[in-house]
Design a protein around this ligand. Sequence first.
Ligand code: 5AD
Ligand code: SF4
Length: 453
Amino acid sequence: MKRLFIKTYGCQMNVYDSARMADLLAPLGFTATDTPDDADMVILNTCHIREKAAEKVYSELGKLKLLKQARAADGGRLIVAVAGCVAQAEGAEIIARQPAVDIVVGPQSYQRLPEMIARVSRGTGHALETDFPAQDKFDSLPAHTAHGAPTAFLTVQEGCDKFCTFCVVPYTRGAEFSRPVAQVIAEAKTLVDSGAREITLLGQNVNAYRGTGPDGKAWSLAKLVKALATIDHLQRLRYVTSHPRDMTDDLIAAHRDIPILMPYLHLPVQAGSDTILAAMNRGHTAADYLKLVERIRAARPDIALSGDFIVGFPGETDADFAATLDLICAVNYAGAYSFKYSARPGTPAAASARQVPEEVKDARLAELQGLLTAQQKAFNASCVGHTFPVLFEHPGRKAGQAVGRSPYLQSVHVEDALPLTGTIAQVRIEAVLSNSLKGVLVSQGTREKALAN
Ligand code: 5AD
Ligand code: SF4
């Protein structure tokens, strides 16, 4: 038996990919361990979206080098692999910078891992795979092993053709690709059979999904969601991340018509100034986005909206930044993620001569986050006194506590609960804590779809 430690950085797709890599390596005798100290192999599944995320990898590799040397001194062997978007973007440079790395494997080549491990195990050389193979990697990976958790991720789409000028994703994940409908439905059924009650469909541009259906035609995400909603015992569906330009009428209607599609939507806009949106190559204006939000809210009035924001994009003036604050005030978000612009090698914006000074970025980020945090607090406070279905995911830290999520993706906990994991129960919200809501049960948990939401 060999031990495998996978450390995952970045987005939910990396979380999904890490699980698939663990499945792939299980037949080779690898079982998961939660520390690198007793591992025979360590995989860092990396993120290249911002400089800070990428740099973390090198500091981790420095520690692994020492561990590898200590292991070798004891006559043992530690294989170190770098996977994910840093692997794709930097390739052989990683080995040049840190020779303790044995394997560099990009996100489209995970199916090659067993063969790469065999190669490095035989000798002392390195193995590198960063091609975008023509063959669908999902066809070559073993079926997803479901682990019985109440919530699960399922990648339906990868890659991006949008080429926002700040973003590395089109380069690290490649062109947009959608998995065929039948493959997605089969994987969803496996997950539900093993206990999943909520599935989050993943894609870098998930609402650009155009998978081939059993009828030979390209299915939209709305059509896929409709088909998945008929799976017995599946009680909740979500999808992330969406682009405003792909928010089609049928998908908006799905939020009105499909009860198990949760009233939560992550719809990044990045900025509120039309000049900056154009420089980012987003392909829409602030007014387009606000109109879209209006249509989504008309279809599903209680929908919780979240977004991503970048401050300090090259050329961003005080007036541009003020336009972002105005847009945030106009939308009123239930939550959001915000970042300082980080120049990424090879992207068009990185070459701009109009970079914004770091201290300006810091001040803008603080102001933006102040506003977004206030909106999030107001949204959470508005939930107090309301009752909604909570899907319980795991016990809390205190005895008798159970923790789950509201339809709006807020973390909710209740005290003195019976074992609730995997069930949905009605909970009345009594208080807002710093990062979660506290409630009391008003119904017992149920696994039945009819009472779910
Ligand atoms: N700098 C800062 N933030 C970025 N993002 C993507 N690229 C960059 C970058 N170069 C943010 C965007 C995106 C989220 C996943 O990360 O807001 O939506
Ligand atoms: Fe990056 Fe833009 Fe594609 Fe999102 S839509 S992955 S931000 S290029």
